[in-house]
Write a protein that binds this ligand. Structure first.
Ligand code: NAD
Length: 433
């Protein structure tokens, strides 16, 4: 099948590359010239395990190409995936301007039957919006709209695309649904995942319902972690205990400094807004959001309390900057908020992240970015673990202790073996432990 994917961010690029890898002819289009130049050379603009190898392989095999131009790719393609950003507006609703612009730009080039797929996370009825924009520009355009929300996780995006739990496809045209089924057939066959066909509006809602539910799990366990702090109980034991119940499951039950990234915060906000438009006051999600915001403040309070409210002139070492391990994404990363509060309180920050380097300066110009954990920890008054990269879990803290000034660790992800850390002579502060 000939496919155009518009938007080469985490979703568009991974989708395009994986669809090329299963045998489709894919052209990835982006209006960011620098990204396209980099991609044409076989280089990935984002850090995602296994992605660059697949880009190179599929360029070499002639399955994958890149362009800033839309006309030829759209004319040549049977299917056009829209995978651009849907960033939040000040009222929390999704900004659909990138999606609308794409709809306007592709409309003139729909010269034969095409399937237009909304892969971006978009509110209910966006399929109708895209359809009407195209028809206004080209009333005789022959096309159908499909909603195909994406559930990949940054850090394991290639794996999630090749071996998804499910593929969700919403639409009301059998012809278009059959085209999309054919596209995903090799992935569905190989991974034996569920291929779920549903209505358009239901598919649009499924994405928000799923993300908001996962965010709710995180805020729920974070709320319980506050009770554990007061009762001197260990939240990791409580999480383990409830995770043994199959109805609950283990995932997203790690207490810590809260969720971040480009999806959960914006999708929770957008879902609250969608509910409002539907005359429902989603107080539950408002509380999920509040708990998440407070979690960062509670963590910083612990640091301030330990140092009697005065961090002036202190050296603080930060392990981990990305919003979660195995990605370079800093969007809504708790590290940014925490470092900015600590800096305002007079602390000097030396940070190390396995992937995030100088680009962090954009978020916090005074943070010193170091080349290793040992450099960051040298002469520090306290170590803060803000992202649970494997490298920090397996680090030799016995050796680290020799370089620090004060052996104090604040484990914002509850990822360390607390007993071992204490045995090594560190003061240990977790979240709800
Ligand atoms: P992103 O911001 O990383 O990438 C979007 C890309 O679209 C950018 O490269 C931008 O230059 C390009 N773009 C914007 N307007 C364009 C236009 N008119 N023509 C061509 N290119 C254009 O976004 P992302 O993280 O890949 O997310 C895309 C969508 O997928 C969002 O709706 C998001 O909510 C959803 N989503 C994201 C994830 C994730 O983990 N990042 C997971 C599931 C769903």
């Amino acid at each position: 099948m000939n496919i155009t994917v518009i938007g080469t961010g985490y979703v568009g690029l991974v989708t395009g590359v994986c669809l090329a890898d299963i045998g489709h002819n894919v052209i990835c289009v982006d209006n960011n010239k620098n990204k396209i130049e980099l991609l044409k050379k076989g280089k990935s603009p984002i850090y995602e395990s296994g992605l660059e190898e697949l880009i190179k392989k599929n360029i070499d095999h002639g399955q994958l190409s890149f362009s800033t131009d839309l006309e030829q790719p759209v004319k040549k393609s049977d299917v056009i995936f829209i995978a651009v950003g849907t960033y939040p507006l000040p009222d929390g609703s999704a900004d659909l301007s990138q999606v609308e612009n794409v709809a306007k730009s592709i409309a003139p080039f729909i010269d034969t039957y095409k399937v237009v797929v909304n892969k971006s996370t978009v509110p209910p009825k966006t399929a109708d919006l895209v359809k009407n924009i195209i028809l206004k520009i080209k009333p005789d355009a022959n096309f159908d709209i499909i909603s195909n929300p994406e559930f990949l996780r940054e850090g394991s995006a290639v794996l999630d695309t090749m071996q998804p739990d499910r593929v969700t496809v919403g639409g009301d045209s059998k012809k278009a649904l059959d085209v999309i089924k054919k596209i995903y057939a090799p992935i569905v066959k190989k991974s034996e995942c569920t291929y779920f066909e549903t209505g358009t509006i239901e598919a649009e809602l499924i994405k928000y319902t799923a993300n908001a539910f996962l965010a709710t799990k995180i805020s729920y366990i974070n709320a319980v972690s506050n009770i554990c702090d007061s009762l001197n109980a260990d939240i990791t034991e409580v999480s383990k205990g409830i995770g043994l119940d199959h109805r609950i499951g283990k995932i997203h039950l790690n207490a810590g400094i809260g969720y971040g990234g480009s999806c959960f915060p914006k999708d929770v906000d957008a879902f609250i807004n969608i509910a409002e438009q539907a005359d429902y006051n989603f107080n539950l999600l408002k509380e999920v959001r509040r708990i998440n915001n407070v979690q960062v403040a509670r963590f910083v309070e612990k640091v301030l309390k330990r140092f009697e409210g005065d961090l002036s002139g202190m050296n603080i070492c930060v392990f981990g900057l990305s919003f979660k391990p195995d990605t370079d994404d800093l969007r809504e990363a708790p590290s940014v908020k925490i470092i900015n509060i600590l800096t305002k309180n007079g602390a000097k920050i030396a940070a190390y992240d396995p992937i995030v380097k100088k680009e962090f300066k954009k978020y916090s110009p005074n943070t010193q970015i170091m080349d290793s954990s040992f450099e960051a920890a040298k002469d520090t008054d306290a170590i803060l673990i803000l992202t649970e990269w494997d490298e920090f879990i397996t680090l030799d803290y016995g050796e680290i202790k020799k370089t620090v000034k004060n052996a104090v660790i604040f484990d914002g992800r509850n990822c360390l073996d607390r007993e071992n850390i204490i045995k090594l002579g560190f003061e240990y502060y977790g979240v709800g432990r």
